[in-house]
Unconditional design. Structure first.
Length: 218
């Protein structure tokens, strides 16, 4: 079911190529697209908690028995729109939740980029927080899932962000997610509508998140 007054973002989960309703945009067929509604009163603290729970739930989903191979670890690439939030988010996720987290923004040095992207490719990160500087134009591997912590401002940028997920060698490369947090009481409502209109969506799913489960709504 959809949040009141909100058309969900790009949420097609059916197999095969997803053709754009307008133009020639396509979403990678290997990905599942879902959204999670965050109401304004709950906002930042709640969003961060749900981000942590999502990372844990997807890890548990991929590791029901035994240990995973290194290439099968869960690493979230988390996109935010405000670069000034990167350091605070990295600090909180690392110190309060014990996750191995790094952050990248437009002011990061080339050496910093290279070191973090190597950690990413080696399966050493739980979360990488970044702005749209990582959405295009740079080869990167090791991201299992993309989280739009803040919604992108265009369908084209959604497409670029989504394309970062599932670039893996492991067995879970075709089980990757793009999860978008959205607040229907803010400008997210218009961004969601614009994104939906740009793609062919036939199977819309809302996501519920807990510590060990991700549940797909109807």
């Amino acid at each position: 079911s959809n949040p009141k007054g909100v058309t969900p973002p790009v949420l097609s989960r059916h197999e095969g190529e997803r053709k754009a309703a307008e133009g020639a945009r396509r979403l990678p067929s290997r990905l599942q697209h879902n959204f999670y509604v965050v109401k304004t009163p709950q906002r930042e603290g709640f969003k961060l908690l749900k981000l942590v729970q999502l990372q844990r739930a997807l890890t548990h989903k991929r590791r029901p028995r035994g240990e995973m191979l290194r290439e099968d670890v869960t690493t979230l690439l988390v996109f935010i729109n405000d670069p000034t939030q990167i350091s605070d988010m990295v600090y909180t996720l690392r110190t309060e939740h014990g996750l191995n987290v790094r952050g990248l923004g437009a002011r990061s040095t080339r050496e910093h980029y290279d070191a973090i992207l190597k950690e990413l490719a080696d399966g050493q990160l739980d979360v990488l927080v970044a702005t749209d500087v990582l959405a295009r134009g740079m080869d990167m591997f090791g991201v299992t899932d993309v989280v739009n912590y803040d919604l992108p401002r265009s369908a084209n940028m959604y497409l670029h962000r989504a394309g970062r997920a599932g670039r893996l060698k492991g067995k879970f490369s075709h089980q990757s997610h793009v999860v978008s947090f959205c607040d229907p009481d803010t400008d997210d409502k218009q961004y969601v509508t614009d994104i939906v209109k740009s793609f062919d969506n036939t199977d819309i799913k809302r996501l519920w998140i807990s510590d060990r489960r991700v549940i797909y709504g109807t």
